[in-house]
Design a protein around this ligand. Sequence first.
Ligand code: AMP
Length: 302
Amino acid sequence: MQIVKSVAAMQRLAKKWRRAGTRIGFVPTMGYLHAGHLSLVKRARQAVGKNGIVVVSIYVNPTQFGPKEDLSKYPRDLKRDLKLCRAAGVDAVFTPGDAEMYREGRRVGVPTIRDGGTPSLPSNFSTYVVEEKLSQTMEGASRPTHFRGVTTIVAKLFNIVLPDVAVFGQKDFQQAAIIKRMVADLNFPVKIIVAPTLREKDGLAMSSRNKYLTGDLRRQATVLWRAIQTAQAVVKKSGTVSAAKLKADLKKLIESEPDAKLDYVEFFEPETLLPVSIAARGTQMALAVFVGKTRLIDNAQL
Ligand code: AMP
Protein backbone atom coordinates (compact mmCIF):
# COMPACT_ATOMS: atom_id res chain seq x y z
CA MET A 1 0.00 0.00 0.00
CA GLN A 2 1.37 3.38 -0.97
CA ILE A 3 1.24 6.24 1.54
CA VAL A 4 1.21 9.57 -0.25
CA LYS A 5 1.62 12.90 1.52
CA SER A 6 2.09 15.46 -1.25
CA VAL A 7 -0.43 16.73 -3.79
CA ALA A 8 2.12 16.53 -6.60
CA ALA A 9 2.98 12.89 -5.87
CA MET A 10 -0.69 11.91 -5.67
CA GLN A 11 -1.49 13.63 -8.97
CA ARG A 12 1.52 11.98 -10.60
CA LEU A 13 0.35 8.53 -9.48
CA ALA A 14 -3.25 9.17 -10.48
CA LYS A 15 -2.21 10.35 -13.96
CA LYS A 16 -0.03 7.28 -14.37
CA TRP A 17 -2.93 4.98 -13.44
CA ARG A 18 -5.29 6.79 -15.80
CA ARG A 19 -2.80 6.62 -18.69
CA ALA A 20 -2.65 2.85 -18.14
CA GLY A 21 -6.47 2.69 -18.28
CA THR A 22 -6.76 1.61 -14.63
CA ARG A 23 -10.00 2.58 -12.91
CA ILE A 24 -9.64 4.63 -9.72
CA GLY A 25 -12.12 4.27 -6.85
CA PHE A 26 -11.95 6.89 -4.11
CA VAL A 27 -13.15 7.07 -0.49
CA PRO A 28 -12.60 10.45 1.21
CA THR A 29 -12.49 10.32 5.04
CA MET A 30 -11.34 12.30 8.05
CA GLY A 31 -9.71 9.18 9.49
CA TYR A 32 -10.19 7.45 12.84
CA LEU A 33 -11.63 4.71 10.68
CA HIS A 34 -14.43 2.35 11.69
CA ALA A 35 -16.37 -0.43 9.98
CA GLY A 36 -18.61 2.16 8.26
CA HIS A 37 -15.61 3.64 6.43
CA LEU A 38 -14.36 0.15 5.56
CA SER A 39 -17.75 -0.73 4.03
CA LEU A 40 -17.20 2.20 1.63
CA VAL A 41 -13.77 0.79 0.75
CA LYS A 42 -15.41 -2.54 -0.05
CA ARG A 43 -17.99 -0.78 -2.22
CA ALA A 44 -15.22 1.12 -4.05
CA ARG A 45 -13.36 -2.15 -4.69
CA GLN A 46 -16.56 -3.67 -6.05
CA ALA A 47 -16.95 -0.71 -8.40
CA VAL A 48 -13.40 -0.76 -9.85
CA GLY A 49 -12.75 -4.52 -9.73
CA LYS A 50 -9.64 -6.34 -8.65
CA ASN A 51 -7.50 -4.67 -11.31
CA GLY A 52 -8.65 -1.22 -10.27
CA ILE A 53 -7.05 1.05 -7.71
CA VAL A 54 -8.74 2.02 -4.43
CA VAL A 55 -7.54 5.28 -2.84
CA VAL A 56 -8.58 6.41 0.66
CA SER A 57 -7.86 9.97 1.77
CA ILE A 58 -7.39 10.72 5.44
CA TYR A 59 -7.55 14.43 6.10
CA VAL A 60 -9.26 16.38 8.88
CA ASN A 61 -10.33 19.34 6.78
CA PRO A 62 -10.17 22.57 8.81
CA THR A 63 -12.48 24.56 6.51
CA GLN A 64 -15.51 22.39 7.30
CA PHE A 65 -15.27 23.07 11.05
CA GLY A 66 -16.81 26.16 12.63
CA PRO A 67 -14.66 28.29 14.98
CA LYS A 68 -16.32 26.74 18.07
CA GLU A 69 -16.29 23.15 16.83
CA ASP A 70 -14.09 20.17 17.65
CA LEU A 71 -11.30 20.58 15.02
CA SER A 72 -8.38 20.39 17.46
CA LYS A 73 -10.00 17.59 19.48
CA TYR A 74 -11.14 15.52 16.49
CA PRO A 75 -9.88 11.94 17.10
CA ARG A 76 -6.80 10.91 15.09
CA ASP A 77 -4.81 7.68 14.91
CA LEU A 78 -2.99 7.45 11.59
CA LYS A 79 -1.02 4.35 12.51
CA ARG A 80 -4.17 2.38 13.28
CA ASP A 81 -5.94 3.78 10.18
CA LEU A 82 -3.09 2.66 7.90
CA LYS A 83 -3.23 -0.83 9.40
CA LEU A 84 -6.98 -1.03 8.78
CA CYS A 85 -6.56 0.23 5.19
CA ARG A 86 -3.83 -2.32 4.50
CA ALA A 87 -6.03 -5.14 5.85
CA ALA A 88 -8.95 -3.89 3.73
CA GLY A 89 -6.90 -4.10 0.52
CA VAL A 90 -6.56 -0.34 -0.08
CA ASP A 91 -3.92 0.46 -2.73
CA ALA A 92 -3.04 4.00 -1.69
CA VAL A 93 -3.72 6.32 1.24
CA PHE A 94 -3.50 10.06 0.58
CA THR A 95 -2.76 11.83 3.83
CA PRO A 96 -1.70 15.43 3.25
CA GLY A 97 -0.97 18.08 5.88
CA ASP A 98 -2.76 21.45 6.13
CA ALA A 99 0.16 23.31 4.55
CA GLU A 100 -0.02 21.00 1.54
CA MET A 101 -3.79 21.26 1.10
CA TYR A 102 -4.23 24.99 1.69
CA ARG A 103 -0.90 26.36 0.42
CA GLU A 104 -0.36 27.66 3.87
CA GLY A 105 2.40 30.18 4.46
CA ARG A 106 4.00 30.03 1.03
CA ARG A 107 3.94 33.81 0.88
CA VAL A 108 6.13 35.56 3.42
CA GLY A 109 4.31 37.34 6.23
CA VAL A 110 0.89 35.77 5.72
CA PRO A 111 -0.62 34.38 8.95
CA THR A 112 -1.06 30.62 8.82
CA ILE A 113 -3.50 28.13 10.29
CA ARG A 114 -0.94 27.10 12.90
CA ASP A 115 0.15 30.56 14.05
CA GLY A 116 -3.35 31.76 14.88
CA GLY A 117 -5.12 32.32 11.57
CA THR A 118 -8.80 31.35 11.75
CA PRO A 119 -8.96 27.60 11.09
CA SER A 120 -11.98 28.02 8.86
CA LEU A 121 -10.25 30.63 6.69
CA PRO A 122 -6.70 29.65 5.70
CA SER A 123 -5.26 33.02 4.77
CA ASN A 124 -3.20 32.05 1.72
CA PHE A 125 -6.17 30.43 0.03
CA SER A 126 -9.18 32.24 -1.40
CA THR A 127 -11.11 30.03 -3.83
CA TYR A 128 -14.13 28.09 -2.56
CA VAL A 129 -16.78 25.88 -4.16
CA VAL A 130 -20.24 26.76 -2.83
CA GLU A 131 -23.51 24.91 -3.40
CA GLU A 132 -26.31 27.40 -2.82
CA LYS A 133 -29.59 25.50 -2.50
CA LEU A 134 -29.38 22.07 -0.86
CA SER A 135 -26.93 23.39 1.71
CA GLN A 136 -29.29 25.98 3.22
CA THR A 137 -31.20 23.68 5.60
CA MET A 138 -30.38 21.23 8.42
CA GLU A 139 -26.56 20.83 8.73
CA GLY A 140 -26.09 23.96 6.64
CA ALA A 141 -28.38 26.01 8.89
CA SER A 142 -26.75 24.72 12.10
CA ARG A 143 -23.17 24.90 10.75
CA PRO A 144 -23.09 27.91 8.39
CA THR A 145 -19.69 27.41 6.68
CA HIS A 146 -19.63 23.61 6.92
CA PHE A 147 -20.75 22.66 3.41
CA ARG A 148 -18.58 25.31 1.77
CA GLY A 149 -15.65 23.52 3.40
CA VAL A 150 -16.94 20.11 2.31
CA THR A 151 -17.57 20.99 -1.35
CA THR A 152 -14.24 22.81 -1.58
CA ILE A 153 -12.18 19.95 -0.14
CA VAL A 154 -14.02 17.29 -2.17
CA ALA A 155 -13.50 19.30 -5.39
CA LYS A 156 -9.80 19.63 -4.51
CA LEU A 157 -9.53 15.90 -3.73
CA PHE A 158 -11.22 15.01 -7.03
CA ASN A 159 -8.63 17.16 -8.85
CA ILE A 160 -5.81 15.44 -6.97
CA VAL A 161 -6.96 11.78 -6.95
CA LEU A 162 -8.69 11.90 -10.39
CA PRO A 163 -11.19 9.15 -9.46
CA ASP A 164 -13.61 7.42 -11.85
CA VAL A 165 -15.86 6.55 -8.91
CA ALA A 166 -16.15 8.03 -5.40
CA VAL A 167 -18.07 6.47 -2.53
CA PHE A 168 -19.86 8.46 0.18
CA GLY A 169 -21.95 7.30 3.14
CA GLN A 170 -25.69 7.73 3.49
CA LYS A 171 -24.89 8.53 7.14
CA ASP A 172 -24.24 12.08 5.88
CA PHE A 173 -27.35 12.18 3.70
CA GLN A 174 -27.35 15.91 2.99
CA GLN A 175 -23.61 15.89 2.25
CA ALA A 176 -24.07 13.10 -0.32
CA ALA A 177 -26.91 15.04 -1.99
CA ILE A 178 -24.76 18.19 -2.17
CA ILE A 179 -21.76 16.31 -3.60
CA LYS A 180 -23.99 14.75 -6.27
CA ARG A 181 -25.31 18.21 -7.13
CA MET A 182 -21.80 19.68 -7.27
CA VAL A 183 -20.60 16.88 -9.57
CA ALA A 184 -23.58 17.41 -11.89
CA ASP A 185 -23.40 21.22 -11.86
CA LEU A 186 -19.63 21.45 -12.40
CA ASN A 187 -19.33 18.42 -14.72
CA PHE A 188 -16.83 16.44 -12.67
CA PRO A 189 -16.25 13.19 -14.62
CA VAL A 190 -16.82 11.12 -11.46
CA LYS A 191 -19.55 8.63 -10.63
CA ILE A 192 -20.89 9.08 -7.10
CA ILE A 193 -22.02 6.01 -5.17
CA VAL A 194 -23.89 6.41 -1.88
CA ALA A 195 -23.53 3.43 0.47
CA PRO A 196 -25.78 2.47 3.43
CA THR A 197 -25.14 3.46 7.06
CA LEU A 198 -23.42 0.88 9.25
CA ARG A 199 -24.72 0.70 12.82
CA GLU A 200 -23.65 -0.75 16.13
CA LYS A 201 -25.77 -3.66 17.45
CA ASP A 202 -27.98 -1.26 19.43
CA GLY A 203 -28.66 0.92 16.37
CA LEU A 204 -26.20 3.78 17.01
CA ALA A 205 -24.77 4.84 13.64
CA MET A 206 -21.01 4.27 13.58
CA SER A 207 -19.07 7.54 13.77
CA SER A 208 -15.57 8.64 14.71
CA ARG A 209 -17.23 11.02 17.18
CA ASN A 210 -18.73 8.08 19.14
CA LYS A 211 -15.35 7.97 20.87
CA TYR A 212 -16.46 11.03 22.86
CA LEU A 213 -19.44 9.11 24.33
CA THR A 214 -18.18 8.06 27.74
CA GLY A 215 -20.16 6.46 30.58
CA ASP A 216 -23.94 6.77 30.36
CA LEU A 217 -23.71 9.06 27.29
CA ARG A 218 -23.12 5.99 25.12
CA ARG A 219 -26.47 4.54 26.22
CA GLN A 220 -28.26 7.88 25.82
CA ALA A 221 -26.90 8.20 22.27
CA THR A 222 -29.17 5.35 21.12
CA VAL A 223 -32.04 7.85 21.38
CA LEU A 224 -31.39 8.98 17.77
CA TRP A 225 -32.08 5.46 16.51
CA ARG A 226 -35.05 5.12 18.87
CA ALA A 227 -36.46 8.39 17.46
CA ILE A 228 -36.06 7.09 13.89
CA GLN A 229 -37.76 3.80 14.77
CA THR A 230 -40.58 5.65 16.51
CA ALA A 231 -41.21 7.81 13.42
CA GLN A 232 -41.10 4.73 11.17
CA ALA A 233 -43.61 2.93 13.41
CA VAL A 234 -46.00 5.91 13.46
CA VAL A 235 -46.00 6.17 9.65
CA LYS A 236 -46.41 2.41 9.29
CA LYS A 237 -49.43 2.49 11.61
CA SER A 238 -51.13 5.73 10.49
CA GLY A 239 -50.03 6.08 6.84
CA THR A 240 -49.57 9.84 7.05
CA VAL A 241 -48.81 12.10 9.98
CA SER A 242 -48.31 15.83 10.51
CA ALA A 243 -44.58 16.59 10.45
CA ALA A 244 -45.03 19.32 13.09
CA LYS A 245 -46.76 16.91 15.50
CA LEU A 246 -44.14 14.21 14.89
CA LYS A 247 -41.33 16.72 15.47
CA ALA A 248 -42.84 17.79 18.80
CA ASP A 249 -43.30 14.16 19.93
CA LEU A 250 -39.74 13.22 18.94
CA LYS A 251 -38.29 16.26 20.71
CA LYS A 252 -40.03 15.07 23.89
CA LEU A 253 -38.72 11.53 23.44
CA ILE A 254 -35.15 12.72 22.78
CA GLU A 255 -35.05 15.20 25.61
CA SER A 256 -36.33 12.61 28.09
CA GLU A 257 -32.65 11.55 28.14
CA PRO A 258 -30.91 13.75 30.75
CA ASP A 259 -27.97 14.83 28.54
CA ALA A 260 -29.67 14.91 25.12
CA LYS A 261 -30.68 18.15 23.42
CA LEU A 262 -32.34 18.21 20.00
CA ASP A 263 -30.66 20.50 17.46
CA TYR A 264 -33.10 19.72 14.62
CA VAL A 265 -35.31 17.00 13.26
CA GLU A 266 -36.59 17.44 9.70
CA PHE A 267 -38.88 15.57 7.32
CA PHE A 268 -38.23 16.09 3.61
CA GLU A 269 -38.26 14.73 0.06
CA PRO A 270 -35.14 12.55 -0.35
CA GLU A 271 -34.29 13.92 -3.85
CA THR A 272 -34.89 17.65 -3.42
CA LEU A 273 -34.41 17.91 0.38
CA LEU A 274 -37.56 20.10 0.35
CA PRO A 275 -39.42 19.91 3.69
CA VAL A 276 -42.82 18.22 3.79
CA SER A 277 -45.68 19.16 6.12
CA ILE A 278 -47.13 15.64 6.02
CA ALA A 279 -44.76 12.69 6.59
CA ALA A 280 -45.57 9.42 4.83
CA ARG A 281 -43.88 6.25 3.60
CA GLY A 282 -40.83 7.29 1.53
CA THR A 283 -40.33 10.61 3.35
CA GLN A 284 -36.74 11.08 4.50
CA MET A 285 -36.04 12.10 8.06
CA ALA A 286 -32.81 13.52 9.48
CA LEU A 287 -31.88 14.68 12.94
CA ALA A 288 -29.01 16.20 14.91
CA VAL A 289 -28.78 15.78 18.67
CA PHE A 290 -26.27 16.95 21.25
CA VAL A 291 -25.49 14.13 23.66
CA GLY A 292 -23.46 15.88 26.32
CA LYS A 293 -21.08 18.03 24.24
CA THR A 294 -21.05 15.63 21.28
CA ARG A 295 -23.20 16.47 18.29
CA LEU A 296 -24.51 13.34 16.56
CA ILE A 297 -26.46 13.06 13.29
CA ASP A 298 -28.52 10.27 11.76
CA ASN A 299 -31.18 9.82 9.09
CA ALA A 300 -33.45 7.23 7.51
CA GLN A 301 -36.31 6.81 5.12
CA LEU A 302 -39.77 6.35 6.63
P1 AMP B 1 -15.95 11.08 7.89
O1 AMP B 1 -14.63 10.43 8.17
O2 AMP B 1 -16.85 11.18 9.07
O3 AMP B 1 -15.81 12.38 7.14
O4 AMP B 1 -16.72 10.12 6.89
C1 AMP B 1 -16.13 9.70 5.68
C2 AMP B 1 -17.16 8.97 4.86
O5 AMP B 1 -17.63 7.84 5.58
C3 AMP B 1 -18.39 9.83 4.54
O6 AMP B 1 -18.81 9.59 3.22
C4 AMP B 1 -19.40 9.33 5.55
O7 AMP B 1 -20.74 9.50 5.13
C5 AMP B 1 -19.04 7.86 5.63
N1 AMP B 1 -19.52 7.27 6.88
C6 AMP B 1 -19.40 7.77 8.14
N2 AMP B 1 -20.03 6.99 9.03
C7 AMP B 1 -20.57 5.95 8.33
C8 AMP B 1 -21.36 4.81 8.69
N3 AMP B 1 -21.71 4.57 9.95
N4 AMP B 1 -21.73 3.97 7.70
C9 AMP B 1 -21.39 4.19 6.41
N5 AMP B 1 -20.65 5.26 6.01
C10 AMP B 1 -20.25 6.12 6.96
